[in-house]
Write a protein that binds this ligand. Structure first.
Ligand code: A2P
Length: 276
């Protein structure tokens, strides 16, 4: 399986299992994912499925050390003390004694008073957890270039990861280029545009020229661009397929055509506009 290395040497499987909006049948879906061979599972406190994910992992009996588990601190737990508490709650729900990756779920909106201080205090808590060995890597989620720059102004440890909405039609080039320069690995949430890209005519045409589905084309495109991808599915066939599809090479002209797509499939969740 494809593995990427974070700048601190930690290895991260390049295809992870996304669990946003997975609230029904969690045990069964996670069991399908584990049976399919996923070792990387992405959750968050706000997804309200940590408990079930932890139970499903325990029931499956897979060795904890073979897994890569990510969770995230939610917006109402920002700040140093709250974040440390939220981390322990996530750990106990997951029934684990460490996480592989812990992220700040969203930046405090710049229109909020003290937004920068809130982000800095939350980051300081993540640094503390990392230094205490409770988490193997720390990072950000939905942070745009200017949010990351502000975190770096006060940080002693640079984030290893930034998780963003990334898919054909929404490539967030400015932030991604900045992350690359900073050696921050970018994880793509909603890599298939939460299904909104499946009927896109330009992508259908390119996909059919390779004899693959749009879902496969999106994942191959993102892996080829160096992203970690976090596809979501509750369908056992798609779950398996998204991990095991035969890798191929998208030609340069098609890569460029995909990059040139106008904005499409965007969730509407702009970190600068929504006031969490
Ligand atoms: P399903 O659960 O029926 O598989 P994203 O990962 O971008 O958030 O997209 C998730 C959506 O894409 C879900 O609706 C999921 O539906 C669908 N999906 C995931 N993988 C595939 C696939 N390999 N083929 C078709 N649809 C897929």
């Amino acid at each position: 399986m494809d593995i990427k290395k974070l700048y601190n040497g930690v290895e991260i499987p390049a295809v992870g299992f996304g669990t946003w909006q997975l609230t029904e049948g969690v045990h069964e879906v996670i069991e399908h994912a584990l049976q399919a061979g996923y070792t990387h599972i992405d959750t968050a406190a706000v997804y309200k499925n940590e408990q079930e994910i932890g139970e499903a992992i325990k029931k499956n009996g897979i060795d904890r050390s073979s897994l890569f588990i990510t969770s995230k601190v939610w917006n109402n737990d920002r700040g140093y003390d709250n974040t440390l508490r939220a981390f322990e709650t996530s750990l106990s729900r997951l029934q684990m004694d460490y996480l592989d990756l812990y992220l700040i779920h969203w930046p405090a909106n710049p229109t909020r008073e003290n937004a920068q201080q809130e982000n800095a205090d939350t980051w300081r808590a993540l640094e503390e957890l990392y230094q205490a060995g409770k988490v193997k890597a720390i990072g950000l989620s939905n942070f745009l270039k200017h949010h990351i720059e502000a975190v770096l102004d006060n940080a002693t440890i640079k984030p290893m990861v930034n998780q963003l909405e990334i898919h054909p039609g929404y490539l967030q080039t400015e932030t991604v280029d900045y992350c690359k320069k900073q050696e921050i690995v970018v994880e793509a949430w909603s890599p298939i545009g939460s299904g909104r890209l499946l009927q896109n005519e330009s992508l259908l045409a390119i996909a059919s020229s390779y004899g693959v589905s749009v879902a496969t084309l999106c994942l191959q495109f993102l892996l080829q661009e160096g992203f970690v991808v976090l596809p979501k599915s509750t369908n056992p066939k798609n779950i398996r397929y998204n991990l095991h599809f035969e890798r191929f090479t998208i030609r340069n002209d098609d890569m460029e055509a995909i990059k040139a797509l106008p904005t499409t499939g965007f969730s509407g969740l702009n970190p600068d506009e929504i006031n969490f």
